[in-house]
Design a protein around this ligand. Structure first.
Ligand SMILES: [Zn+2]
Ligand SMILES: [Zn+2]
Length: 258
């Protein structure tokens, strides 16, 4: 078994309202595939009403943590980690650190699923990205990369979802992101969840080819929103990692957080 098959640090359960399966369902799937380290990392609640409906409420957070802790006791044969996928938002950084501290979470993932344009939220999954918005996405990602509280950075190539044209402008933005990732020693995630979406938009080889010009660590995760996707398609991420000679850093992350 390869390392990428033994470790998965990005998975979602029913509590975010757009995923299926309980922690226990995921653990059983992981055991079936001989996964050794499984991280549950549902979408973070926010400290205020914002972007509701696709995340748990703050009041539900203790139950989320308890569900993982109960499974840790029930399944000692697997290393089950308490994680959280956090939407990079400058004013919430203190809140995320407090959650981690208070609930003794093992790790935090930093993500950019949206950014703001003239005060209005732009969803990277939904809205077309022209140059101006690519710039805003990049700035949001640079802030995400610059933050010290995250253990790795989720799907940096998510912007391809609705990118209007892949051109030298987009490539320059990718270089800016990779340069900062290298400088700050951030691990970037090769996220294979995009392969379950229409047109399999990510992981995007053009992004990872550019990333290979930098000294950047990578981790392959499934970002499963359904139990049956937990171990699916990770081989594709591994092909990218091998083709572009990207460093495998999953083990480094585990050592750092445990
Ligand atoms: Zn999700
Ligand atoms: Zn995710």
């Amino acid at each position: 078994m390869e390392l990428y098959e033994k470790i998965n640090l990005h998975s979602h359960i029913y509590r975010c309202h757009h995923a299926e399966g309980s922690v226990e369902d995921y653990v059983q799937e992981a055991l079936k595939h001989r996964v050794e380290v499984l991280g549950i990392s549902d979408h973070t609640p926010f400290p205020e009403k914002r972007d509701e409906g696709i995340r748990m409420e703050l009041e539900e957070f203790p139950d989320y943590v308890k569900e993982i802790e109960d499974a840790q006791k029930k399944y000692p044969q697997i290393k089950l980690l308490k994680g959280l996928e956090c939407d990079y938002t400058p004013e919430f950084m203190g809140f995320y650190s407090e959650l981690k501290e208070k609930y003794q979470l093992d790790y935090l993932i930093g993500s950019v699923h949206f950014f703001y344009e003239n005060g209005k939220m732009v969803d990277v999954f939904e809205e077309p990205l022209n140059h101006k918005r690519m710039r805003l996405y990049t700035d949001q990602m640079l802030g995400n990369l610059d933050t010290d509280i995250f253990d790795f950075i989720a799907h940096p190539d998510l912007f391809v979802m609705r990118l209007e044209t892949w051109d030298s402008y987009a490539e320059d933005c990718v270089r800016e992101m990779c340069k900062l990732a290298e400088k700050k020693k951030r691990v970037l995630e090769i996220n294979v969840n995009g392969l379950h979406k229409l047109g399999s938009p990510y992981p995007d080889r053009r992004f990872w080819k550019i990333a290979s010009e930098y000294q950047i660590g990578t981790i392959i995760n499934s970002d499963a929103h359904r139990v049956e996707n937990l171990c699916a398609e990770k081989e594709y991420g591994y092909q990218i990692q091998k083709k572009y000679c990207l460093r495998q850093s999953a083990q480094d992350i585990i050592e750092k957080i445990l």
